[in-house]
Design a protein around this ligand. Structure first.
Ligand code: SF4
Ligand code: SF4
Length: 228
């Protein structure tokens, strides 16, 4: 399972600044289990955004937003609602936001931060990867994770070493920042590259201490106390 927590309301609102029409996507997988993007949270988000005058052009909760083919097939009957939206607010983990961004040619805003549960994960295999950094940057990078798409994990642009679109450290691999540039260009969002992203606070990777105490760490502590 991938654990996520909802981003602060002010941050979500800042993403939607200047946009009036929003499509909301939730996930019936890990996001529902995390209580961040299941049917209840999507309904709540629709109401909150409606109260401040945003028009919700449509919404959907899909079983696994981390599966691009599934996302595409489930959104086939939502084309008009998606076309009417300025953007999609995606209420799930970083893998899911990346998969939706790759599947739908639309601005995708992450509504959640993905945190590290320290255990095994159930995400679909794909080109999308998330380091569970606890402070999702996908809004600024066109839905492509700079921490995983860039070999050096750079968060403020290209290192300058790329050659013909390939990474200087791995010529077999596309340069993550060229992918980000091209995605943002296609979405007419290159202005997002002007924003400076502060160094990451990796303490945010960890889940809330209440969750830690229900995970395997707590079991290990119990074992240690019992001399196991
Ligand atoms: S920025 Fe990347 S690593 Fe961090 S939560 Fe988003 S997808 Fe995951
Ligand atoms: S060439 Fe591109 S992917 Fe490789 S380290 Fe530099 S910015 Fe990152």
């Amino acid at each position: 399972m991938i654990l996520s927590k909802q981003k602060p309301w002010e941050e979500i609102l800042s993403y939607l600044d200047g946009e009036n029409n929003v499509f909301i996507l939730g996930c019936n997988g890990c996001a529902q289990a995390s209580g961040t993007g299941g049917p209840a949270q999507v309904e709540e988000m629709k109401n909150k955004l409606g109260e401040i005058g945003k028009k919700i052009t449509g919404s959907a909760v899909i079983d696994f937003l981390c599966e691009k083919a599934l996302v595409k097939s489930r959104l086939r009957n939502k084309v008009e609602q998606l076309e009417a939206a300025d953007s999609i607010l995606v209420m799930t983990c970083g893998v899911g936001v990346q998969a939706v961004s790759a599947a739908v040619n639309k601005i995708c805003h992450p509504a959640c931060d993905t945190v590290n549960l320290g255990g095994s994960r159930g995400e679909w295999r794909g080109s999308e990867r998330c380091l569970e950094c606890g402070e999702c940057l996908l809004d600024y990078t066109g839905g492509i994770c700079p921490l995983t798409a860039c070999t050096k994990g750079l968060i403020n642009g290209q290192c300058g070493g790329a050659s013909k679109g390939k990474c200087e450290l791995d010529p077999e691999k596309d340069c993550g920042w060229e992918l980000i540039y091209n995605r943002l260009k296609g979405l007419n969002q290159l202005n997002k590259l002007r924003r400076f992203i502060a160094p990451k606070d990796y303490s945010k990777m960890m889940p809330d201490v209440k969750i830690i105490s229900t995970s395997h760490w707590a079991l290990e502590r119990t074992d240690q106390k019992e001399g196991g």
